[in-house]
Design a protein around this ligand. Structure first.
Ligand SMILES: Cc1ncc(COP(=O)(O)O)c(C=O)c1O
Length: 373
């Protein structure tokens, strides 16, 4: 059976490498291999000595230990290393979902979180839990979630900090989401790809992994650490039988992670504090550029400051955000991501805040607006 097109990834495949002024990337500023090794006090020679054989299918034990160290109460044998965070979404759903199962997915959602679930379970079995725009930014509605989840619900799928709104639950809200899953005994899949990028001095929420033994948590180095080219990610799975089934599914996708990625992921985790503060600093600096920009264009944009993460979802007061983005690409070389590619409406666009060239690229957008609005 065919699956709908992955609109975001198709859009990036088409425009990311041909449009000069990227303003919608979700990853933070990257590094070269040499810069990463130097930061960790390692040499290129260390990489040169790496043996390029198959790796262990669950992941290198030292890497699993370094990952487990990030999650209090999690042991290395509960970590499964992936060949890409994306693989974790596909394999988790293949492992736990069957046709006809009922699932609840937050909306909007990174497309695979919704579309793989829909593909397996059926569209009519998938209920959407919308994140809501409020005066205080994007917020969760727990009463609504509670109404959507029933004794038939097999899995709740969430992503916090949230791509694309930047919504971050409070500690009490996190507990409440877990309690809703626990009450029905359903699986909770928590995509924590942006965990660590809390903004404006907010504390990093504890990982949901520690709260509930039926919670599977996705993490990785693409966004927060600025290393998407490593394709390094992991899933924490407490249930031993489910972990075994997950690894079996992974044998059908990639078998094991790439040896250079595992090596460099271990190096990256040894300097993760530096990498994370670097990304946060870049985002905070970019927010200082973004806010006055949106204050200059109040009629055109509705700005809701993200609470965490590297992206924001902007309202745009135009007849079609898709058309607006197309004109920007063609006439200004600026790339924004239109709402419909995120499963959202055609009056919003995604803004990426994690890149060093943000201010320059924003100035290209502003020049275009001055000439055309
Ligand atoms: C919420 C979320 N989960 C998972 C992924 C997949 O990460 P990767 O592209 O590193 O596989 C992304 C990528 O944009 C994402 O935004």
């Amino acid at each position: 059976m065919n699956i709908p097109s992955f609109a975001i990834e198709e859009y990036f495949a088409k425009y990311e490498f041909t449009t000069p002024y990227l303003l919608c990337a979700s990853d933070c500023e990257s590094l070269t291999v040499g810069e990463l090794l130097a930061l960790a006090g390692r040499s290129l020679d260390d990489l040169g000595h790496l043996h390029l054989g198959y790796t262990e299918s669950q992941g290198h034990p030292r890497l699993r230990q370094a990952i487990a160290d990030r999650y209090p109460g999690v042991s290395p044998d509960q970590v499964v290393v992936l060949n890409a965070p994306e693989e974790g979404i596909y394999v988790t759903m293949r492992t736990l979902l069957e046709p006809g199962d009922e699932v609840v997915v937050m909306a909007p959602a990174y497309a695979s979180l919704l579309q793989v679930a829909e593909h397996i379970c059926g569209r009519d079995q998938t209920r959407l839990w919308p994140i809501q725009p409020t005066e205080q930014g994007w917020r969760v509605n727990l009463a609504h979630l509670e109404n959507l989840v029933t004794p038939q619900t097999k899995m709740i799928i969430v992503n916090f900090p949230h791509n694309p709104t930047g919504c971050l639950p409070t500690y009490d809200e996190l507990e409440a989401i877990v309690a809703i899953a626990e009450k029905q005994g359903c699986w909770l899949f928590w995509d924590e790809m942006y965990r660590g990028l809390e903004l404006d001095g907010r504390e990093t929420l504890p990982s949901a992994a520690a709260f509930y033994d039926r919670c599977l948590v996705l993490g990785g180095l693409s966004k927060v650490h600025g290393l998407p080219g490593l394709r390094s990610g992991w899933v924490i799975i407490q249930d031993e039988a489910v972990r075994g089934r997950f690894i079996n599914w992974k044998h059908y996708t990639s078998i094991c992670a790439a040896a250079p990625s595992e090596f460099l992921a271990l190096v990256a985790l040894s300097v993760q504090e530096q990498l994370i503060s670097r990304s946060r600093r870049i985002i905070q600096e970019n927010l200082l550029e973004a806010e006055p920009f949106f204050a200059r264009w109040p009629e055109l944009f509705t700005w809701r400051r993200p609470q965490a993460g590297s992206v924001a979802l902007l309202g745009v007061n135009v007849p079609s955000a898709t058309q607006f983005c197309q004109e920007l690409i063609e006439q200004a070389g600026v790339l924004l991501l239109p709402g419909p590619h995120l499963g959202y409406d055609d009056h919003h666009v995604r803004l990426g805040l994690g890149r060093r060239n943000f201010a320059t690229n924003l100035s290209h957008l502003e020049t275009y607006l001055r000439e055309n609005q």
